[in-house]
Ligand binder design. Sequence first.
Ligand SMILES: C[S@@+](CC[C@H](N)C(=O)[O-])C[C@H]1O[C@@H](n2cnc3c(N)ncnc32)[C@H](O)[C@@H]1O
Length: 253
Amino acid sequence: MIKRGDVVMLYFDSKRKFIVEVEPGSTLHTDMGVVELGELIGKDYGCRLKTHLGIEFVVVRPALWQVVYLGFKRKTQVLYPKDVGYMLLMSSISPGSRVVEAGVGSGFLTAFLASIVRPNGKVYAYDISPTYIKLATTNLKKANLIGYVCLKQKDITQGIDERDIDAVVLDMPTPWLVTEHAFNSLRNGGIFIAFVPTVNQLERTVLVLREKGFIEIEAVENIQRTYKVKKGETRPRNIVIAHTGYIIVAQKP
Ligand SMILES: C[S@@+](CC[C@H](N)C(=O)[O-])C[C@H]1O[C@@H](n2cnc3c(N)ncnc32)[C@H](O)[C@@H]1O
């Protein structure tokens, strides 16, 4: 049953879908009319909600990736699902893990990290910018994940406070300046991951990781194509995301 404060998805078609918080008196204005969100309280997921023009949305309990990519505000570059997926896999984190992350930015990656380490793990999430800490706080509250994150307004190149950490995950401009702090912070077998948009940053980071004694150092680029599926005419879509960045993975021996 839908409760006050629930975050739900109103779905019409793949282009018209909205992540909204159910509050009495709040409305959503769309190109298909206005809906009263309070009407949903006490109804079941899967019900229909009519706009004042009589057009119906189906009400769906959203997946986390829908809450993040449709519902989060973004003021920074954010990581794409194809990169997030690989980073989560390689980080090897699970419920109970303790993870250090920087920078938080809009909190997209933070949300996925938090969803894995809950209920008893923690993401220690660093960002130098108070604006982005505030933005990420709002976004993580929307996904009900703020309780698993400790947000820190701090320059991670100046040091990492936590010890015995399972993974250090970076999406900030100078990961090579964090390698020594990461080495000191990680437990034996812990994973270092950095996402960088240029090969210059990739090379610099890998060379420093080797110098610091990390093992299993790999650099990868994930390329993904999506498909337009139509009977007898199925083929890759014309438009692709040509470039996002590179992922560097290493392990503390
Ligand atoms: C591209 S954004 C991260 C986006 C984030 N991964 C997401 O998916 O929403 C990069 C962030 O790194 C932060 N940053 C840059 N240098 C930093 C540093 N030395 N320590 C901590 N954060 C830093 C910036 O303020 C910015 O918010």
